[in-house]
Design a protein around this ligand. Sequence first.
Ligand code: LHQ
Length: 258
Amino acid sequence: MASILFEIKNSVAIITLNRPEKFNSFNREMALLLQQKLDDCANDKNVRVIYLTGNGKAFCAGQDLGELTGENPPGFEVILAEHYNPIVTKIRTIEKPVICAVNGVAAGAGANIALCCDVVVASSSASFIQAFSKIGLIPDSGGTFTLPRLIGFQKASALMMLGDRVSATEAERMGMIYKVFDDEIFANESMKIAITLSQMATKGLAYTKLALNASLDNSLAAQLQTEDELQYKAAHTTDYKEGVTAFIEKRMPQFKGE
Ligand code: LHQ
């Protein structure tokens, strides 16, 4: 059984973590395959949005702890360098929106990979756990960078130290995620967001992402310069022309992602 399911539907690439019996925890094979799928999405002009989710009850329980204690485990020196860090970097730098549809529990690296996506939605029965402290590790996969920026230093610090489980509703309330949907409507509603994004001006969204990335360590002066440069690029896209023309002509724009 493939550890990742992949399909492209209406310009949305659906990437499904598929080790349900292990709560979609990452072994080396799945971590490398996810990177490959993200690269494929980056290089495929037909893909305008990536929709990341999990199969079964969980979204992802982080590292497969069985793999670490089994035969020929990957060494600690490769786990971050070759597995999680490239995944987070690819998600943050791919010039297309990545929506994470958190269908169930997201723990450890699974939580932090979800939280680094551009739009994070969750089903009402999902939850988020910074599970690392429970096994004597530190939060990785960008968690110490992302979480304090999302919910503030104190909440992040306490959640990372205590390893508490945060419900999807609470995660939405504290600004950790964008929205929570009842389980029954979650799949449809999260896909609707992906389809909406796939019909928008893809390059404009990519430049928005680049500007947001840059804002994380820029001064205001440097950020204004970044906005200036990226707005110039956005203004030279075909989709910008179409957006303005459609507005003047009082019709819906037909964006092509160009
Ligand atoms: C699992 C796992 C799992 C294997 C559930 N592995 N089987 C970076 C640096 C280097 C090394 C280490 O890792 C990292 C990054 C990390 O991600 S560290 C954090 C690793 N993850 C965890 O510590 C989470 C471990 N899992 C849990 O705490 C619980 O399973 C959660 C809270 C996710 C879910 O709890 P429950 O809903 O009660 O489910 P469960 O515990 O019964 O799990 C269901 C099945 O999934 C079970 O299998 P079984 O055959 O007994 O039914 C678990 O063994 C399996 N599973 N997580 N990470």
